[in-house]
Unconditional design. Structure first.
Length: 356
């Protein structure tokens, strides 16, 4: 049975990945700092599973990392740990640099030293996989897609911090020989996503009868990737990817933000109509755009598809319907999340006003 150290495994993508990995017969040591977006409720199906070891802690804690690596001897490290919300990075960029840059550096140094001390056969099979984002590439015009050779041009404190972490991972491969892999994904959606992100936020606000805020004209375009497809892509890269390479992961599902919101409203109207009979699209309201809002992202995943045989298995129509159904069926999970400090408010609004 392989053992993987997964960092950030109580978050949205990491939590989905851990659930899938353990179900497939992997022993997972799950390190998560349990910040606002980390949620042990996501991992409740594994509460009695001896193949899941949860440790609360930070990737910037070198002493803890050394102890975990020495005790559990993982065959791979998969790094999901990151601050990831653009609006929060506008309000407080320092936290993003601390986790995404400094934390990643500490993790890389610990893993490098662990890998160097491994027996030859185990060291040859070991992998460090770093999960990143398409936002490091900047913004696209009306045509074209991001490929693995697209120059980096991050436009937010969040994407700049992720770009820095990507560069560190690359440098540790070229300087020290660490067997690394990097994935850059498009916008994820699906179960267990913290409700500050567009899709779960719109679902929660629509159910509550609140206004549905749309930045700018609503025509910013994202390539939407169902989280289960992303997890499958990470497994493919981890198991078959070429050392030192980057693989872009996209859902082949470009949609304007307003199209996404309209779809959610229609699905909710079908499943849980408003008592007054009005369509939920009537709750849509346009608000001042976020500073530096990238206009369009689109991923070219040809390399991943052709080299490793991966392809998304969920159309956007099926994935968004499944996502809406999951949130409707798991309102208790949402309620427990919202018992914390986040109450569906807009983040970064003051800075948006100052930039206007």
């Amino acid at each position: 049975m392989p053992t993987w150290l997964v960092t950030g495994g109580a978050g949205f993508i990491g939590g989905n990945f851990v659930l899938d990995a353990v179900a497939s017969g992997v022993r997972v040591v799950n390190l998560d700092a349990l910040t606002y977006a980390g949620n042990l409720d996501t991992l409740s199906p594994l509460s009695d599973n001896s193949n899941h070891v949860f440790v609360e802690g930070d990737i910037g804690d070198r002493v803890l990392l050394d102890a975990l690596l020495a005790e559990h001897r993982p065959d791979a490290v998969i790094n999901f740990a990151a601050e990831s919300h653009v609006d929060r990075s506008i309000d407080g960029p320092a936290a993003f640099v601390q986790t995404n840059v400094v934390g990643t550096l500490v993790l890389l140094e610990a893993v490098r030293d662990y890998w160097r001390a491994m027996p030859t056969a185990a060291g040859s099979a070991f992998r460090f996989l770093h999960v990143s984002t398409d936002e490091v590439y900047g913004s696209l015009g009306n045509t074209g897609k991001f490929s693995e050779t697209t120059p980096y041009a991050p436009n937010s404190p969040y994407s700049a911090s992720k770009a820095a972490s990507d560069h560190l991972v690359r440098a540790f491969h070229h300087t020290y020989g660490l067997p690394v892999l990097t994935t850059n994904c498009s916008n994820n959606y699906g179960p267990y996503q913290f409700p500050e992100k567009l899709i779960p936020l719109v679902i929660a606000k629509a159910i509550a009868g609140e206004p549905l805020p749309i930045y700018g004209d609503g025509k910013n375009v994202r390539d939407w990737l169902y989280v289960a497809d992303h997890c499958a892509a990470i497994r493919a890269v981890l198991e078959r990817g070429r050392i030192g390479e980057t693989y872009n992961v996209g859902g082949d599902a470009e949609r304007q933000n307003i199209q996404v919101v309209d779809t959610i409203c229609r699905l909710l109207d079908e499943r849980r109509p408003r008592q007054d009979g009005k369509p939920r699209a009537s709750q849509i309201t346009y608000v001042k755009d976020r500073p530096g809002h990238d206009r369009r992202y689109a991923i070219d995943a040809t390399k991943l598809k052709s080299e490793l045989g991966w392809a998304p298995q969920h159309s956007f129509e099926q994935g968004i319907a499944d996502t809406v159904d999951w949130y409707l069926e798991n309102q208790a999970w949402v309620g427990r999340v919202l018992d914390g400090s986040y109450r569906l408010e807009r983040i970064g609004a003051g800075h948006a006003e100052a930039a206007a």
